[in-house]
Each structure stands twice: as structure tokens, then as C-alpha cells.
Design a protein around this ligand. Structure first.
Ligand code: MTE
Length: 336
């Protein structure tokens, strides 16, 4: 089911024009307090603390970015489009999970300002013909940059809608020519405790690692992102290059990638190693499979206020049509 004639991210099929994507400067001009931000969740393995501190008062700007010329002809919003609005730029860039810079939601924004992302190389390794160390620009340059609006769902039960900019992962993979033995793709984040204060403590086995089955990586929804809101990625969102797999919980979308390996065996993944009962390898958004410590049936929309009512979670985060066939033979209760 990889290729459909009428792709659901084709703007025409959902009645969107390129101009319907709000440019970043409009988000900037609409800056306002994010009532539900702050140090709200220690999340994931550690449990939730609803503090709801307002942020932004005296923050250092950690998102120096430059504009990107993405083709805006491919937009994916889906499902309940019309009811959904894009998450404000400030919310998406100041309410983050990036434990390398701290576990609080505003830590990545506050602590990543000096993070050095140029030069940046990505090592391509394993079961693949075109191995080597690539400048990250060379990895993406041959491919069409696209802007795609995706729903984004964190395992902590908050959700956003983000206009990502990136290249389709499958295009990059095809160019790298994996061997017939390559059944998985493994990703690794930079390990640099001098720059990433979170890597100096907090009991993680660094670097952060993630992985996809090859057919998941080849699914057209999988995006290697270099930008968002029309500009290069802010550091706190995973500059200069990150993964986005919108039908999976957000922790699969690994940031600041320095290594991509093609493997025969299923690769280890960070949150699965920390708490295997809570975070599986697949981690597909599924309202019917509860996290052992909270329900996944409903989700809070970031920007709607900490105490706003939650809305129902959608199977595969609304991307069922595109990805359900990948798991047709699997028990999703077991393969969570
Ligand atoms: N990648 C790395 N290297 N380190 C992290 O802590 N957090 C993950 C994911 N990628 C994380 C990461 C989690 S839990 C989420 S929800 C998303 O990044 C958050 O992405 P965002 O901050 O751009 O919204």
C-alpha cells in the first residue's frame, strides 16, 4: 500500500492551498503566553508533574534559524482537518522533549542556544552500498525539500500539529542502496556531554538511539526533517537533522542524528532499554493500548491550556490508511 494514486497529503485532496500554511512571521507576531507550558512533565519513564509554570519571560533565544525554500505542494493534514489548527511556533519550539538538554519542557529551549550544528556529518553504516561520512547537507541536497503538516503525538498524551520541512526518508534510503540483508534502520543522536548537559547525568545510556523496520522507514510518511515553520530546525527541535514518523509516539522521532545504520537485527532503542514494559520498539499511537501508568485514549492539544478538555486519540495518530497494512499480521497489544 506504499503508493496510492491519490496521496492523502496532496493538498487538493484536502482542499488546502500552499498559502494556507501560516508563515513563521505570522506565528511570531502572534506570540503569547503558552498557558500550558513550562516544567509540566518529567514524562516518559519518570512520571508526570503538572507544574504549569509560565515560561518565556526572560529566555535566551535558542532558535536562531534561516529560511528554507521548501516545495509547499505536499501537505499532509488529514482526518479532522478544519477542526485542527497549527500549533503556534512558540509552543512547538519552547515546549520540548530533548533530554540531552534537560528533562523540563523548557530546558531544551533554554539550554541549547550554544549548541554547534555546523559542520555536521552523518555516518552511513552497515548493510548498505553507499557507506561513508556525509555532510548532512549532502545527504538531503539531492532530494526535494517538502513542507508537510503532520499531527505529532507524544506518548505523554499531548499533541501538536507542526509544519515540518524535510525530505522523504525513503528517497534517501534508496539512494544509499541498502543490501538485501538490511531489515532495519537504526538512528543515533550526537553524544557530546560538553555541549549537551543532560548527557552528564540522569542515568541514560547515551547516545539516544532509535530504529525502524525497513518497511516503516520506506513508508512515504517517514520524513528526515531539516526544518519547521519554513525555517531550519531550531536547536531544541533537533537541529540540524531529525526523524519524524507521525503515526508513532514522538520519542521515535529522534533528534540531531549523526549515524544511520542498516542492520539485519532489530536495533536497541533508548526508551525501550530504560523501561521495556512501557515503551515498545513499535510505539505506534494506539488509543486502545494504555501506557502502564496512564491511558492513551485521549490527548491534550498543546496551546489549548493545561486544563482544557482532552480529545480522543486517533489510531495511528490519524494515519491508519497509510500505515495499517504494515502491521496487518501483528498483534498490536503484544507489539506495542
Ligand atoms: N531525540 C533525542 N535525541 N532526545 C530526546 O530526548 N525526545 C523525544 C523525541 N526525540 C528526544 C528525541 C520525544 S519524547 C519527543 S515527544 C520528541 O522528540 C519531541 O520533539 P519536539 O521537542 O520537537 O516536539
Amino acid at each position: 500500500m506504499l503508493l496510492k494514486k491519490n496521496k492523502s497529503w496532496d493538498m487538493k485532496s484536502i482542499g488546502l492551498k500552499p498559502t494556507d500554511i501560516t508563515p513563521k512571521h505570522l506565528f511570531d507576531s502572534r506570540r503569547k503566553f503558552i498557558a500550558n507550558s513550562g516544567k509540566t512533565m518529567l514524562g516518559l519513564g519518570i512520571g508526570a508533574i503538572a507544574g504549569g509554570l509560565p515560561l518565556m519571560a526572560n529566555m535566551k533565544t535558542a532558535h536562531a534559524t534561516t529560511p528554507l525554500n521548501a516545495m509547499k505542494s505536499m501537505v499532509h493534514t488529514l482526518g479532522r482537518l478544519g477542526e485542527e489548527k497549527l500549533t503556534e511556533f512558540d509552543a512547538a519550539t519552547q515546549y520540548n522533549n530533548f533530554y540531552e538538554f534537560g528533562t523540563g519542557k523548557s530546558d531544551p529551549y533554554e539550554n541549547s542556544g550554544d549548541f554547534k550544528t555546523t559542520p555536521w556529518t552523518v555516518s552511513i553504516e552497515g548493510e548498505v552500498a553507499n557507506r561513508g561520512v556525509y555532510d548532512f547537507n549532502d545527504l538531503v541536497k539531492p532530494h526535494q525539500l517538502e513542507e508537510r503538516v503532520y499531527r505529532f503525538r507524544c506518548v505523554e498524551a499531548w499533541a501538536m500539529v507542526v509544519p515540518w520541512v524535510g525530505v522523504q526518508l525513503s528517497d534517501v534510503i534508496k539512494r544509499l542502496e541498502p543490501t538485501s540483508k538490511a531489515r532495519y534502520v537504526a538512528f543515533e543522536t550526537l553524544h557530546d556531554p560538553d555541549q549537551m548537559p543532560g548527557q552528564r547525568g540522569f542515568g541514560f545510556k547515551w547516545p539516544y538511539v532509535e530504529g525502524l523496520r525497513m518497511d516503516e522507514a520506506m513508508n512515504p510518511l517517514s520524513l528526515l526533517c531539516t526544518g519547521m515553520y519554513g525555517e531550519t530546525l531550531p536547536n531544541q527541535n533537533g537541529a540540524p537533522i531529525r526523524l519524524v514518523t507521525p503515526w508513532k509516539y514522538g520519542f521515535k522521532s529522534i533528534k540531531s542524528i549523526v549515524r544511520i545504520s542498516f542492520t539485519e537485527e532489530q536495533p536497541p532503542t533508548t526508551w525501550n532499554m530504560i523501561a521495556p514494559r512501557e515503551y515498545g520498539f513499535y510505539s505506534n499511537v494506539n488509543p486502545k493500548v494504555s501506557h502502564p501508568r496512564w491511558s492513551q485514549a485521549r490527548e491534550r492539544v498543546v496551546g489549548d491550556g493545561l486544563f482544557s478538555s482532552k480529545r480522543p486519540t486517533l489510531m495511528f495518530n490519524g494515519y491508519e490508511e497509510e500505515v495499517a497494512s504494515l502491521y496487518a499480521d501483528m498483534d498490536l497489544q503484544k507489539n506495542y
